[in-house]
Ligand binder design. Structure first.
Ligand code: ATP
Length: 281
């Protein structure tokens, strides 16, 4: 699968006249990489993802794929949705069919693909999300975490270049979070570009190649360590500094960490510490 470049330029978008949720928001989705979209409740993460997917038409500004602006005609949207798929935060907004396999085949069937192709895509998507054992189950019997992964499988079966996931880990227990992240890693091996919105700064730091913070109706994008280490920005965005950066900065002040950048997770911190028995006591 080839990489496509999805961008948003100077978006103005919202739901009520005169009260834009986004006002001048620009974003470049890094092709083939992982982008975390962060922001406080109500900051506009979902609104941004809906604009990128074509589900919401901005009042001004442009969403473009490989530089070609998205047209909100039936044809334009249909073409866009084959390349860019949005998975909603609540799986129950997305799952309608009687069984998991039927639900995941819905999109490919809608594309008018031959039955064998549909079957192959469904099998691939179920395997990538590790939900193949659930294929025959009624969707309403599944756990919340299972339903979230089945909803992602439905989008993956469309074989999009860019997958937009609205809070895919919200409400999941730690093992379900780990399973979801493992599935996303498998998707990346298939060359997908994955965008995830989340409130979880620690998850964003350890998972993402780049982060985009929705703040003051616009977007600040950059390297995770830089953006999530910017205390002024974090205050404005009503986000907390990731604990790894706080602990890492303190250890660096104490001369215990010397690398050019701070570790991004607990394992990285432990690996970076020198072997001085008793040094932390
Ligand atoms: N359909 C709608 N009609 C009117 N206002 C809406 C609608 N959807 C969202 N909003 C408002 O737009 C603002 C941004 O909402 P959005 O869902 O984009 O934020 P978010 O960052 O995804 O929030 P959360 O983290 O709580 O999911 C909020 O003030 C919300 O109340």
């Amino acid at each position: 699968m080839s990489h496509r470049h999805l961008t948003a330029e100077a978006l103005v978008a919202g739901y009520e006249r005169g009260r834009p949720v986004l006002d001048g928001a620009s974003l470049t989705v890094p092709a083939g990489r992982r982008l975390a979209v962060l922001g406080a409740n109500g900051s506009g993460k979902t609104t941004l993802l809906r604009c990128l997917s074509g589900a919401l038409r901005p009042a001004a500004g442009t969403v473009a794929l490989d530089g070609v602006p998205l047209e909100h005609s039936r044809r334009g949207l249909r073409a866009h949705r084959q390349e860019v798929q949005l998975v909603l935060q609540d799986p129950d907004d997305q799952l309608f069919s009687a069984s998991v396999a039927q639900d995941v085949s819905f999109g490919p069937l809608n594309l008018g693909l031959p039955e064998d192709d549909v079957r192959a895509r469904v099998a691939e998507a179920l395997a990538l999300l590790a939900v193949d054992s659930l294929a025959a189950r009624p969707t309403h019997q599944l756990s919340f975490g299972e339903r979230k992964r089945v909803a992602i499988a439905g989008a993956v079966a469309m074989r999009p270049c860019v997958l937009l996931l609205d809070e895919p880990t919200a409400g999941l227990d730690p093992s379900a979070v780990a399973e979801t992240l493992a599935a996303l890693a498998r998707l990346q091996e298939h060359d997908s570009t994955v965008v995830m919105s989340t409130h979880d700064v620690d998850l964003a730091l350890r998972w993402a190649d780049e982060v985009a913070v929705v703040v003051d109706r616009a977007v600040v994008q950059g390297e995770p360590q830089d953006v999530l280490g910017d205390d002024g920005l974090l205050v404005r965005a009503r986000l907390e500094r990731p604990w790894t950066l706080t602990v890492g900065a303190r250890l660096r002040d104490l001369g215990l960490l010397t690398g050019p950048s701070l570790p991004r997770d607990a394992a990285g911190l432990l690996a970076a510490l020198p072997e001085h028995p008793g040094v932390l006591s």
